[in-house]
Design a protein around this ligand. Structure first.
Ligand code: NAD
Length: 417
């Protein structure tokens, strides 16, 4: 597959939507480029005494609607362009669900599975030290992404608060509840994916309870989405991770598969699956709903031509290449985009930040109810825009809504100095 630059994909998505908007070209130009990038090399002592270097980035893409907000990814493929694209998607995601944030993203290029916990801690604290001057609850608020979670967020919070000699839990979200994390945060991305799928099937005049589902990627986002889709009586017939996939026409026990992955490191080898299948086979299975929940560019134009699902709900960020999007639009496959479907993560991060600032914790029920309201309102606004603007697909409608909101905020502020 040809190398796709995700930052170029983002810029193409913005251009596609701008064609339907009456926004000045110089404003669109601004919204396509990051405001600033921190690029650092972390020098960290390993357990054996030698020192290793790690490239690390934090991109603050746009802050017109509020503090910069976005996760931190640990992966060997992390690059400045990838982090920049992910930061831009955060801007438009926060605007789609109308929460008062701009967008940012961070990453360190390494595979944490090859390092001990104390090495990962030192790498994380070295990054947090670099981030300290530019983050804070009113500046830029990191959160988890691929291969980071509560543990890393707790270390970032501790490093920041220790260096700042303060307590400021809202400087980081996705923390453990004992450190100021919110109830419902771990499940939030999978929950918004399920809610988007449920609303999508309802919009299309079909019931989610009759849908068969394939989920690519069985990590935080994918496994929770699968379990919650199971709860609303969809039939999850196939799931996969980086080792491969499993299939059962009668439906998989999504929680048992998760427990198997927790024990063995993979869904592969789950004893009650009908058969194993490759990742490509999973993407082209004859199912009603496909949920890509792994990484960017999972579906290119070639795979898109063979997709048999009627509906795709993107739990991952940027899982379809722009060419794949074109093919799927032409083939009348409905794609409900990442900036809506996985926005649950940042929305509950927002609730966590609100709770931290008020020093008052919400119940899980309140978190889930507020999340459902925000996701279903955003869904309704998007399908209204989809119908009103005569745009080719729901993704373009989502960018139309989001760009309009960011452009309005940019216009209100003006340019200074
Ligand atoms: P994760 O590390 O928990 O899970 C990723 C999963 O994808 C793992 O099971 C991994 O084995 C699998 N995977 C990797 N390469 C694969 C491949 N080629 N084929 C199939 N599976 C593969 O990460 P996550 O937090 O669940 O994030 C997944 C996606 O969701 C990312 O795009 C991330 O940016 C997005 N996302 C996550 C959150 C969140 O709150 N966790 C929020 C918004 C968006």
């Amino acid at each position: 597959m040809a190398e796709i630059n995700p930052f170029e994909s983002l810029q193409e998505q913005i251009d596609d939507a701008a064609a339907y908007l009456d926004v000045a070209p110089d404003v669109i130009d601004r919204l396509k480029r990051p405001e600033r990038t921190l690029s650092a090399t972390l020098s960290v002592e390993m357990d054996g005494g030698d020192v290793e270097q790690f490239p690390a980035y934090r991109v603050q893409f746009n802050g017109d609607r509020g503090p910069y907000k976005g996760g931190i990814r640990y992966h060997p493929n992390v690059s400045e362009d990838e982090v920049t694209a992910l930061a831009g998607w955060m801007v438009y995601k926060c605007a789609v669900v109308d929460i008062p944030y701009g967008g940012a993203k961070g990453g360190i290029a390494f595979d944490p599975r090859e390092y001990s916990a104390s090495e990962v801690e030192r790498i994380t604290r070295a990054f947090a030290t670099e981030l300290r001057p530019i983050i804070g609850e009113d500046r830029d608020i990191p959160a988890p992404d691929v291969n980071t979670g509560q543990r890393e967020m707790n270390w970032i919070k501790d490093t920041y608060e220790t260096l700042e000699r303060t307590t400021e839990p809202g400087a980081v979200t996705g923390k453990a509840p004992s450190s100021g994390g919110s109830a419902g945060r771990v499940e939030a991305t999978g929950r918004s994916t399920m809610l988007t799928a449920r609303e999508a099937f309802d919009y299309l005049g079909r019931g989610i309870e009759d849908a068969t589902v394939a989920v690519q990627g069985y990590g935080n986002a994918g496994s929770v989405a699968a379990e919650l889709l199971d709860d609303v009586e969809a039939t999850v017939v196939a799931v996969s991770d980086s080792q491969g996939g499993i299939y059962d026409a009668d439906g998989l026990d999504t929680s048992a598969v998760k427990a198997h992955k927790r024990e063995t490191g993979s869904v592969v080898g789950y004893p009650d699956a009908g058969r194993e299948l490759s990742n490509e086979d999973l993407l082209t299975l004859d199912v009603d709903l496909l949920v890509p929940a792994a990484l960017e560019n999972a579906v290119d134009a070639d795979i898109a031509r063979d997709v048999q699902a009627d509906v795709i709900v993107e739990a991952a960020n940027g899982p379809l290449t722009p060419d794949a999007d074109d093919v799927l639009t032409e083939r009348d496959v409905y794609v409900f985009p990442d900036i809506l479907a996985n926005a649950g993560g940042v929305t509950v991060s927002y609730f966590e930040w609100v709770q931290n600032r008020q020093r008052f914790a919400w119940t899980e029920q309140r978190v889930n109810d507020e999340l459902e309201r925000i996701v279903t309102d955003a869904f309704d606004r998007l399908v209204d825009a989809y119908e009103a603007h005569d745009v080719p697909n729901v993704r373009t409608a989502a960018y139309v809504v989001a760009i309009e909101r960011v452009a309005d905020a940019a216009d209100d502020r003006g340019v200074w100095p």
